[in-house]
Every structure is written in C-alpha cells, then in structure tokens.
Design a protein around this ligand. Structure first.
Ligand code: SAM
Length: 488
C-alpha cells in the first residue's frame, strides 16, 4: 500500500503547488520512485475520467473511510486501468473493492458514451492548442527587477531572441511589462529564480486583470482582491502597488487560503493582508474595507478557456478543477461538475454566472470603489459578456453610476475584444478583452473593467473640448434619464 500512499501524496503536493512532477517524484524513496512516477502520470492522464467514475458511483460518499481523493484516484486507476490494486488487504482496499463491479460498469458506460474503442482513447493527451502557448515568466518586482533577471538568465546562456527558435531564446512580452516568453519546453520549477520567488510562472492572459485594474502605489492605497488563491494575481497587484498601501486578499476556501499565504510569503508581498473569508459576507461599509478604491474579482468559473490541461492540473490551480473542490463535490454531491450532459452543463454555467454576477454587484456596493476588474478563464459568453451586461443593468451599477472603462485603459493594443453581438450596445464590446486559445498564444480568458462614470477622467476632458458628454466610457454607463429628457 505504501507506494499508493506515496503516489497520493505526490498528487496532494501537486495540487498544493508544492513542486513539479519531476521535483516531487525525485523526493520519493528510490525503491518506490519508478512505480510512483508511472502511477502519478497515468492517473493524471485519466484524472477527468476517473473523477467522473468515482463521482457517478458515489464511492466516496458511501465509504466514509475514504478521505483522500488522490489516494482513491490512484487505487481506482489501478483497479480499472491496470492489473488491479497491487497491495495486501486493508480497510481502504476493501472499501474500494466493494464497489469493483460498479466502478468497472460505469467506466465501460463512459467508454461507450464517449465512443472510445480503447482505454487510451479516454486518456488526457493535452490540447494541441497548448503547444502554441509559450512558457510565460513574470518577473516579481517585489523581489527583483527585469534587468536583474535578464542578467541572471543571460549569464546562464539564455539569449534575447526568438523563443520559438531555440530553448535558450526568450523575448519581452509586448503587452505585459515584466513578462518574459520562453519556449514551452523550458521548465523553471527547479530554477533558483523560481524557488526564490523572483519569478512567477503565470500565463500571459492571467496577467491582464492586475494591469487593467492598475492599482495605486501609495502608502494610503486600499485595494481588494476578492478571490485570491492561489495568489498569482494578488502577488502581481502587490508588485504593481510597489508593496505599498494595503491589499486585502480574501479567500473563502481554507486549504487554498493556506496555499495563498505560502505563495504571498514566498513572493515577498509585505502589503497584503490575507483573510480567510467569503467576500460576499464582507460588509462594504466596514471602516477597514470601505476605503477600498480598486477591487479585483477573479471568481471560480468553468475554466473552459484552459487548454494546457495537464500543466494546469499540476501548475496553475486557478480554476474550479482542483482536487480539493472535486473532493467537496464528490463527498457532498454539489453541482454535478463532470456531467457531460448538455442540460446539466447549462445549469452548471447558469449557476456559476449567477454567483459571478452577485460578486460584481457586491463589489459595486463599496462606497469608495472607483475601478472593478471582473475576469474569468472561461470562453463562455454566459460567464463573460452576459455577466457584464447584467451587472451594467443592475441597481448597484445604476446607483453607483458604473459603466465600462474605455478601451484606452484596458490594454488598448490587445486586438481581440469582447463579443459585440453578446452586448446590448455592440460598441461596448470594445471595452472588453478576450483571449482565444490556439489563436492568441494564451489560454482562453476574459477581462472587463467597471468604473464610476465620474472617475473615467475622459468625460470631463471631452466635455471641455466639445461641450458634449459623449465618450467611449460614458456611452457604456447606464444613465438615468434626466428630468428634461423624461419630460419628452
Ligand atoms: C479562479 S480562482 C482565483 C485565482 C487567483 N485570482 C489567482 O490568480 O491566483 C477563484 C478563487 O476564488 C475563491 N472564491 C470563490 N468564491 C469566493 C468568495 N465568495 N469569497 C472568497 N473567495 C472565493 C475560490 O476558492 C478560488 O480559490
């Protein structure tokens, strides 16, 4: 059983972002290392299928002894996809064997449903589009500088050149300051720049929200990251704030909160106050938080934009599909996340969208907030443009006079904007940012930014110039009719 425990532990550590597959397997006692490596990789390849089988059979719900999802995953892997569980009898093995027939049955049903002719057809082989995504490396300005990192890299043979031409080449990203692009084959998990927190491995698109929020860098700044773990965007915000002021970082999940704290510590974020709480329960008028002028909302989403699934499972953890969340779903039978049935999918997306809208509306209640960024790693309109449209029409937006920030303040040179036909006023889509996997050298992503009408600055300038109040951002503000126009 030992070697199953080792494999389960490696998967736990991968979920907690405590290292790379290679690094963590290197720490497994040598006698079990080879076997553990094979089991971990094979389990990751089949993880979505195994999760679905475990969920459908209600195995973990019925067998209270089974507490670790990752241990169950490796055991069920061997039961269904290998030569059976290679361990002596014990209560955990027995608990799983009691469901052997159903587990095998559900697996066969799944194969038929997916039109698979062999088990390998169900393996997660990654997405071809993932191959077009460079390895992005963000320099953590809290602990280093682009200049110093480049100096270090070039002293080790890296060259500023085309990252697609060789493994040694890297380039500066044209849209995100402090972001370097390498060949996807380059791994940095063991690199001292990474282990020391001087660089952060973060997809380009997921750097957009902090840039668009553009938080102030002053001692009296108050900023909120409402949904923080694992903390990539929090640490980015902290760096943009030059480690000044206060950044409240909320995270409702306890386990992810502990990952967040580790990450913030490693990244030298001295201006961040992490709080293990549900953002929706925070009183916007609480004197501690009411001063917040900028809020980042990157809530749980379907993760449909993430194409580097294997990398994603072991690296980013920034979506719904972490084992911990899966465990909660499997144990408590929450939303049937893995159901491929269209109707269930739609219901799940609607539920997510309703929650996402609530988060935006709640952020709009903070009395001093000027700028709110809402982002997802989803490509579904329902979680993206529709949430934005509904938020614009909400009473919170009306009373707070929120509209969309103009394109000029939302990475204006990024060419792919929101979907015009998904917005009531098509031109509003220009304020929104979309990233398309396979086309944009990033994962799929969506970013929007709400601003108080009076805080765009554009309004006044344009009024001064032309005497009228039309501008790209004010055009997106749902305005109440003036007394004059109401009379007409
Ligand atoms: C997409 S992840 C955030 C990723 C993070 N921004 C990053 O870049 O590393 C969403 C996170 O929000 C947390 N979350 C969801 N709803 C929340 C709420 N109401 N209050 C606080 N945290 C919440 C989830 O537990 C999850 O860790």
């Amino acid at each position: 059983m030992n070697f199953y425990f080792e494999a389960g532990k490696v998967l736990d550590l991968l979920d907690a972002k405590k290292g790379s597959i290679k690094g963590l397997i290197g720490k497994v006692p040598e006698k079990n290392r080879k076997r553990t490596a094979a089991l971990v990789i094979e389990t990751l390849k089949f993880k979505p299928v195994l999760l679905e089988v475990i969920q459908t059979t209600k195995l973990m719900k019925e067998e209270r002894k089974l507490k670790s999802l990752n241990l169950v995953l490796v055991l069920v892997h061997d039961l269904i996809l290998a030569r059976g569980i290679q361990a002596g009898d014990g209560p955990i093995k027995q608990a799983i064997l009691r469901h052997k027939t159903r587990l095998n049955g559900e697996f066969q049903k799944l194969k038929i449903k997916r039109g698979a002719t062999s088990n390998q057809d169900l393996a997660h082989v990654g997405d071809e589009r993932a191959a077009s995504i460079p390895r992005y490396v963000r320099v953590n300005a809290n602990l280093s500088s682009q200049e110093k990192v480049i100096e270090d890299l070039t002293s080790r043979g890296f060259v500023l050149s085309d990252p697609w031409a060789s493994k040694q080449g890297f380039s500066l990203d044209p849209h995100v300051p402090n972001l370097l692009c390498f060949s996807p084959e380059v791994a940095f998990h063991e690199d001292q720049l990474y282990t020391s927190g001087k660089i952060i491995l973060q997809d380009k698109a997921s750097c957009f929200p902090a840039i668009v929020l553009s938080p102030p860098a002053s001692d009296d700044a108050v900023v909120i990251d409402a949904t923080s773990a694992p903390g990539n965007k929090t640490s980015h915000l902290s760096a943009l704030m030059e480690n000044k002021g206060t950044l409240y970082a909320f995270e409702r999940d306890q386990k992810r909160f502990s990952t967040l704290k580790t990450m913030l510590n490693k990244a030298g974020c001295r201006n961040v106050t992490p709080i293990n709480a549900d953002f929706l329960t925070i009183d916007p008028l609480d004197p501690k938080y009411s001063k917040a002028t900028h809020i980042l909302l990157d809530p749980s989403c379907s993760g449909s934009g993430i194409v580097n699934r294997l990398d994603y499972l072991v690296e980013s953890g920034s979506s719904f599909f972490t084992s911990f969340v899966q465990l909660m779903l499997i144990k408590r039978s929450f939303v049937p996340l893995l159901d491929t049935d269209d109707a269930v999918d739609e219901a799940r997306l609607s539920k997510l969208a309703a929650f996402q809208l609530l988060m935006v509306q709640h952020a709009m209640k903070f009395p001093n907030v000027k700028r709110i960024v809402y982002s997802t790693c989803s490509v579904h309109e329902i979680e993206d443009e529709h949430v934005v449209q509904n938020a614009l029409e909400s009473s919170e937006a009306q009373s707070g006079k929120f509209g969309l920030a103009p394109q000029t303040t939302c990475i204006p040179t990024w060419p792919r904007r929101g979907k015009a036909d998904a917005m009531k006023t098509p031109s509003h889509a220009m304020s929104l940012i979309r990233c398309l996997p396979g086309e944009d050298a990033t994962n799929g992503f969506f970013v929007s930014c709400f601003v108080k009408a009076s805080d765009t600055g554009v309004l006044t300038k344009r009024k001064e110039r032309t005497g009228e109040e039309e501008n790209p951002s004010s055009a997106t503000v749902p305005r109440k009719k003036s007394k004059k126009s109401r009379k007409k």
